[in-house]
Write a protein that binds this ligand. Structure first.
Ligand SMILES: Nc1nc2c(c(=O)[nH]1)N[C@H]1C(S)=C(S)[C@@H](COP(=O)(O)O)O[C@H]1N2
Ligand SMILES: [Mo]
Length: 440
């Protein structure tokens, strides 16, 4: 399905069926024949692209573009348990983003929460036997807790916490960065329930040698090699010890969805969500910066100094991303809204700022020439996004764009254009904009 955008053909048949066959199916078709005869390899590749084997492939006319690829707006095969209008960027592994208007809820419901998997969801397991082991140089000896022991032994805490993928907004960088082409939807804010990571580290006897806490999860590497670790990132000990850093088993009061880390995950608000390890089985309390897969450059790192777009940056010139930058979304109305002349429009959205809070929210209907202050609510707790609302009027019928800009408590505002290019396309916090048409 990741091929969809590249093909981008809306017609039922390609203009040039022979060329289309070559591109789509990897075969040469017979111009005299109404059918194309697929090579095995082409068939397998097409099966991957459409999400399953094409049962009646032998009847498929030459040059036919499968409907699933022909309509770039459609997300045909919804991910089980997720809202059908989430956008599938990749299904091996699953990477699925949420359109802005579906992020309108105060707390993102489980079925609308984005999915970013680096590997495959863990194969079947017995949740009663799930254990979490704490080990590493900065604990006296490894210690394990079953899920039930965690629940019984430590006090439970609930926080609303915003998770945003470090690569959210990547699609806008130029030259493009490889990786999932997230637009605006790799973000969500849910209420998470669990125990404090700090309480568990203290029970494990964390020593003053602790520098970093790295996680390990039960997901399966894409190669299906059980010995290969998919991803093992971590956070500095100070972030690990914050009140809001949770080892969670509930999202919005229910079991966490399997795709989002059931039965146990780390939730570290305000930092790239890649540090919020899913399917959590082990925490390693390190006496150095953790060195698991995807800690090394260029993963989740940006250049130390601004670079010209397209520059190759040496690993030693990159730093690990910590707090995410200030950002906001317009979640109502959906882009493309039409409103009658004379009617005022109520806008809504969320704003967040990593470890900081958002201090000011503004909207513009004239491409940023003038700005109007929006109402901004306090967050329910630290590291949760904040609701904003605004009411705007339009002078005359026509096309408008609504732009929204947040400023954090250190006075840093979102840029109106895509900020600092970096090799992996992280940290795009440019202002969100929507199209509005005012009709006569
Ligand atoms: N075990 C494990 N944890 C993981 C990942 C993963 O692939 N495996 N992906 C990380 C990344 S890059 C992100 S952005 C978040 C996404 O969390 P979500 O799928 O619940 O939205 O999980 C993080 N935790
Ligand atoms: Mo991510």
């Amino acid at each position: 399905m990741s091929k969809k955008r590249k093909i981008g053909i809306h017609a039922l048949y390609a203009q040039d069926p022979i060329e289309a066959d070559r591109q789509l199916w990897g075969r040469e078709s017979d111009p005299q024949s109404r059918r194309g005869f697929l090579k095995q390899a082409g068939l397998a590749a097409m099966g991957m692209a459409v999400g399953g084997p094409i049962v009646f492939a032998k009847h498929m006319p030459a040059g036919l573009i499968p409907a699933v690829l022909a309509d770039p707006a459609a997300t045909p095969f919804a991910l089980e348990g997720k809202h059908p209008d989430l956008v599938v960027l990749n299904d091996q592994p699953w990477n699925v983003e949420t359109p802005a208007h579906l992020l309108d809820d105060d707390l993102t419901p489980a079925d609308k929460f984005f999915v970013r998997n680096n590997g495959l969801v863990p194969p079947e397991f017995n949740v009663d036997q799930w254990t979490l082991t704490i080990d590493g140089e900065a604990v006296p000896e490894p210690i394990s807790f079953t899920l039930n022991e965690l629940k019984e032994r430590f006090s439970e805490h609930t926080y609303a916490l915003t998770l945003e993928c470090g690569g959210n907004g990547r699609a806008e960088f130029n030259p493009p960065a490889k990786g999932n082409q997230w637009t605006t939807g790799a973000v969500g804010c849910a209420e998470w329930t669990g125990v404090r990571l700090r309480d568990v580290l203290e029970a494990a006897g964390v020593t003053s040698a602790a520098v970093y806490v790295g996680y390990y999860g039960k997901d399966l590497h894409l190669t299906k090699n059980p010995d290969k670790v998919v991803i093992s990132r971590g956070i500095p000990i100070a972030k690990a010890m914050e009140d809001e850093t949770l080892i969670a088993w509930k999202m919005n009061g229910e079991d966490i969805p399997v795709l989002n880390g059931y039965p146990l995950r780390l939730v570290v608000g305000g930092w790239p969500a890649s540090v919020s390890g899913k399917w959590l089985t082990r925490l390693s309390v390190r006496d150095r910066v953790h060195d698991g897969p995807k800690m090394e450059a260029p993963s989740y790192r940006v250049p130390n100094h601004p670079v010209e777009p397209g520059t190759e940056v040496k690993p030693e010139d990159m730093k690990i991303i910590e707090s995410m930058p200030v950002k906001s979304l317009i979640t109502y109305p959906k882009t493309g809204a039409m409103i009658p002349q004379g009617k005022r429009l109520n806008l809504r959205g969320h704003a967040w700022a990593g470890d900081r809070s958002v201090q000011r929210m503004e909207v513009s209907i004239d491409f940023g020439a003038t700005w109007q202050t929006a109402q901004l609510s306090d967050a329910p707790n630290r590291l949760a996004w904040q609701r904003w609302t605004a009411e705007v009027g339009f002078p005359e019928p026509g096309y408008y764009e609504v732009w929204a800009r947040a400023t954090d408590d250190a006075g840093v505002a979102q840029p109106m254009v895509v900020p600092g290019w970096n090799p992996k396309g992280y940290l795009n916090n440019a202002t969100h904009r929507i199209a509005v048409k005012v009709t006569e």
